[in-house]
Design a protein around this ligand. Structure first.
Ligand SMILES: *Cc1c(COP(=O)(O)O)cnc(C)c1O
Length: 495
């Protein structure tokens, strides 16, 4: 049966999956959600032994019902190929009493590659299906990793242009270098004087500027989004939860039907929401542990039922999680509000106007499968050092936040359920913080020298993604303030 997508704010008519992917955001400012979450059409054990691509097809076909089998398989084949440095695509490691699901083996060595390798293909296929002749302009705000992954995905893709806004002083040096060296005539990268929330709100404002949209249309352009508000990001992320479960089953680590926990280092709430969808589809998940850094709005939300962004924005060693407005939480709020668009809209309006909202007890009861935790910079560094010393396994700062939170969770609850920590970036993407943690005596300051030192210490090879930018020329040097973001867009489009 076909699945249509509706807005979390109750407006507009339901649209097909391909239309939702093209639009990015619903016309009323809400996020697209499936009218119902489909159930698996087979038991989890039947996924064991499938390749990543086969698993992707079995999961995504349940959501993207207006794509033909051929279209979807073609998108999947183009996405999960030798851009990844392992055939497994999402391999699993075991260290210090937990499994680490490594989602950083793609082109830009962070988990954003899992969805952004396929989104451009889903989108260009959607354009064909819907007879769109406009050029699609992807507008993206990034806290560091989405930007490069989206640029890599869309660079050179015919019929598309991509514009990325990143916080000029809020990303790691490797992250910035990855973006400003991006080749491709259809790419445009701008540093903004502000933080990620400013970038994200700026992009949302441009999206909802109807006058600008009309001007664009007369020039043959239309906007879409590569941010995790796009349902075309969320659906591919469900795949690796199923794949991880099936891998554990296949290796005999768990029994059929056994529940497991996932710990997810969280910023915009996209990754962990995909796990929540996987659970709703029937994947045996006991608890979803939501790990935050010092920007712990989500921890506070899970402990109190109050979402409150009115606080200082902290720059941490896990910059991809430096976020105070977790966009995808809206999809969860909508669901626990009984899919009541008006009720959800009231919360989101309160968030926009006051920076806060409070959910009621009935809604809070629906959140019991979540556990919120956080780790500060010291705990994060300590965790990287401890696991490296004990086991030789080196993790990045984001993964370490999750790992540290899991330790606290285990101590607090004595829960012995087998647990997978979602490992979202390669340690080579955050070499400075990682090296400070594992070898404080290292005096290197250059990022590439640090990468070489980390390779020596860990026995791992410096990934291709880092080698590629070592000597690459800088081709993007635009910087602007928040109010000038729309002008930058128009400038790039020559209008
Ligand atoms: C984006 C990102 C996160 C946060 O993921 P969300 O889906 O935004 O919650 C965590 N770690 C890394 C390395 C990331 O790039």
């Amino acid at each position: 049966m076909d699945i249509l997508y509706k807005s979390t704010r109750g407006g507009g008519k339901p649209v097909t999956a391909s239309e939702a992917i093209l639009k990015g955001l619903a016309d009323d400012g809400g996020l697209f959600v499936p009218e119902r979450i489909p159930a698996f059409d087979r038991k989890p054990e039947e996924f064991a032994g499938l390749t990543y691509a086969e698993t992707a097809y079995e999961v995504m076909k349940l959501y993207l019902t207006d794509y033909t089998e051929e279209e979807l398989k073609d998108c999947i084949a183009r996405a999960y190929d030798d851009k990844f440095d392992t055939e497994k695509i999402a391999p699993m490691a075991e260290a210090a009493g937990a499994f680490y699901l490594e989602l950083f083996h793609g082109a830009t060595i962070a988990f954003k590659d899992m969805a952004l390798s396929i989104l451009p293909h889903l989108m260009t296929t959607a354009a064909k299906k819907n007879h769109i002749s406009n050029e699609i302009v992807i507008l993206t705000a990034t806290s560091g990793d989405t930007g490069k992954a989206a640029l890599a995905g869309f660079a050179g893709v015919e019929g598309t242009r991509i514009i990325v806004f990143y916080p000029k002083s809020g990303v790691s040096p490797i992250q910035e270098r990855q973006m400003v060296t991006q080749k491709g005539d259809n790419t445009f990268v701008v540093g903004i004087r502000g933080n990620f929330d400013d970038a994200q709100s700026g992009v949302k404002r441009i999206f909802s500027d109807h006058e600008l949209r009309e001007r664009l249309a007369t020039r043959g352009f239309q906007f879409s989004s590569a941010n995790s508000i796009n349902i075309g990001r969320l659906v591919p992320q469900i795949v690796y939860y199923v794949y991880a479960y099936a891998s554990l089953l296949g290796e005999g680590r768990i029994k059929s039907g056994e529940e497991i926990n996932f710990v997810v280092p969280t910023g915009n709430f996209g990754n962990i929401l995909a796990a929540y969808y996987a659970r709703a589809m029937g994947l045996p998940i006991r608890r979803l542990i939501c790990a935050s850094n010092e920007n712990k709005v989500l921890f506070d939300f899970f402990s109190s039922g109050i979402y409150d962004r009115n606080r200082e924005f902290v720059l941490t060693s896990s910059p991809s999680m430096d976020i105070l407005i977790s966009s995808n939480l809206e999809r969860l709020i909508y669901r626990i509000a009984g899919e009541d668009g008006a009720k959800n809209r009231a919360f989101m309006e309160s968030l926009a106007a006051e920076g806060t909202y409070t959910i009621d007890d009935t809604m809070r009861k629906e959140l019991e499968i979540f556990y919120g935790g956080y780790a500060d910079g010291r705990e994060t560094a300590e965790r990287i050092r401890e696991v490296c010393e004990k086991t030789g396994y080196v993790m990045d700062t984001h993964t370490a936040v999750a790992s540290a939170v899991y330790e606290k969770y285990r101590r607090e609850t004595n829960d012995t359920t087998k647990t997978v920590i979602v490992s979202t970036a390669s340690p080579f993407k955050f070499t400075k913080s990682v090296m400070e943690a594992v070898d404080p005596s290292c005096k290197e300051t250059d990022d590439f020298a640090l990468a070489d030192a980390l390779a020596g210490l860990s026995g791992l090879r410096v990934p291709r993604a880092v080698e590629e930018i070592r000597n690459a020329p800088i081709v993007h040097d635009h910087v602007c303030g928040i109010p000038e973001m729309a002008d930058m867009v128009c400038g790039f489009l020559g209008m």
